[in-house]
Design a protein. Structure first.
Length: 343
């Protein structure tokens, strides 16, 4: 079964083909250089760029793989959460293709797809605990199957990646700044006492990063590291302290969730922040302590990509799920309805 995946939820236009669970090829146009001029994603520009690139990327993918559009059995598209105007571009393209080709259509939850992308590189086993940490989301799930995700906790304010990006911006680093903080942190020595690990004593499994971000900006001012003034060891040590505070916070919540779900033997990490080395190390150690298997995608599969949508769509289609042409796109902050149909 050949499945085309279409991703356009934020600032990457990405398409990929998955055949019987294996990635055939993928194409991606990143808008990061455009949005970096504004220090963040500009929604109106993002949808225009998606519209500009999507058709040409589709042609390029078919040409590279050497297939005809009619060979595609399933069209999977990210239906949300994301920027509404951006999602609509991918959705309209997917519906047009499905209608003209007579292919099965499936709207994929972008967040679930990030986590399921681990299946492109490793066998997936259930139940699993899944941590999704990206620029727009931080969610903790109990995953029962490819189609059943139970949300245990989520951020109540900033996402982990957003905190990285905002602190990086205040330090005068380029956007998106998570990877720059990560690489500077590797050269520095973190001071555990410099920054708090906020919200962890609350009696739930949610996250909050805005307090940490505010504390980081305050310490930055006190240390004279603001707005690109910092360089060398001062900057590296500060990045190491911040990196450690975020990684500790994420790890601690996973540990707490796990203590309530003793039957789980699999921990999956995903999303842009999953590229963070310290976070991967901390979660791997946590899994080892529990004699569990830890999965995190390789760096190119951590960021938004078409392969994860194609793979998630393939898994769902294999289990008989599909949508009709009335499937809707869901913006960030709204619940994605459980409206898949089964054949
Ligand atoms: O999943 P993604 O590509 O897009 C969203 O759906 O948001 O995630 C992008 C986020 C950005 O906030 C970026 O700064 C962060 O992932 N990120 C990192 C690293 N690489 C990317 N954060 C921490 N450490 C990294 N190595
Ligand atoms: Zn994403």
């Amino acid at each position: 079964m050949l499945c085309l995946g279409i991703e356009s939820s934020c600032d990457e236009t990405a398409l990929a083909l998955v055949d019987d669970g294996r990635l055939v090829d993928s194409v991606l146009a990143s808008q990061a250089p455009l949005h970096s001029l504004f220090g963040g994603v500009v929604p109106e520009l993002a949808s225009r760029e998606h519209y500009h690139y999507i058709g040409a990327l589709f042609d390029e993918l078919l040409e590279r793989v050497g297939i005809k559009a009619a060979d595609i059995d399933v069209i999977a598209v990210a239906r949300g959460p994301g920027l509404l105007g951006s999602l609509l571009v991918g959705m309209a393209f997917a519906k047009g293709l499905a209608l003209s080709l007579g292919a099965r259509l499936i709207g994929v939850n972008h967040l679930h797809a990030h986590l399921l992308a681990n299946g492109l590189e490793h066998a997936l086993e259930f139940p699993a605990l899944g941590l999704l940490a990206s620029g727009g989301h931080t969610q903790l799930y109990r995953i029962e199957s490819s189609s059943r995700f139970i949300c245990l906790g989520r951020t109540i304010d900033d996402a982990a990646g957003e905190a990285f990006d905002k602190v990086a911006k205040a330090l005068g680093l380029p956007y998106p700044g998570g990877k720059f903080i990560d690489s500077l942190a590797r050269k520095g020595n973190g001071d555990h006492a410099l920054l708090p690990r906020p919200y962890l004593r609350r009696d739930n499994l949610n996250f909050s990063f805005s307090g940490l971000k505010t504390a980081a900006c305050q310490r930055m001012r006190e240390l004279g590291l603001e707005g690109g003034a910092a360089q060398g060891a001062g900057l590296e040590n500060f990045c190491a302290s911040f990196n450690e505070a975020v990684a500790d916070t994420l790890r601690e919540r996973v540990r707490q969730a796990w203590s309530l779900s003793q039957d789980i033997r699999h921990l999956w990490l995903a999303g842009g922040v999953a590229a963070n080395r310290l976070l991967r190390e901390k979660l791997e150690k946590l899994a080892q302590k529990r004699d569990a298997r830890f999965l995190a995608p390789s760096p190119q599969l951590c960021q938004d990509n078409g392969a994860m949508i194609a793979y998630a769509g393939w898994l769902l289609a294999r289990d008989g799920y599909f949508h009709t042409l009335d499937v809707e796109t869901i913006p960030r902050g709204k619940k994605i309805p459980d409206d898949m149909l089964k054949s």
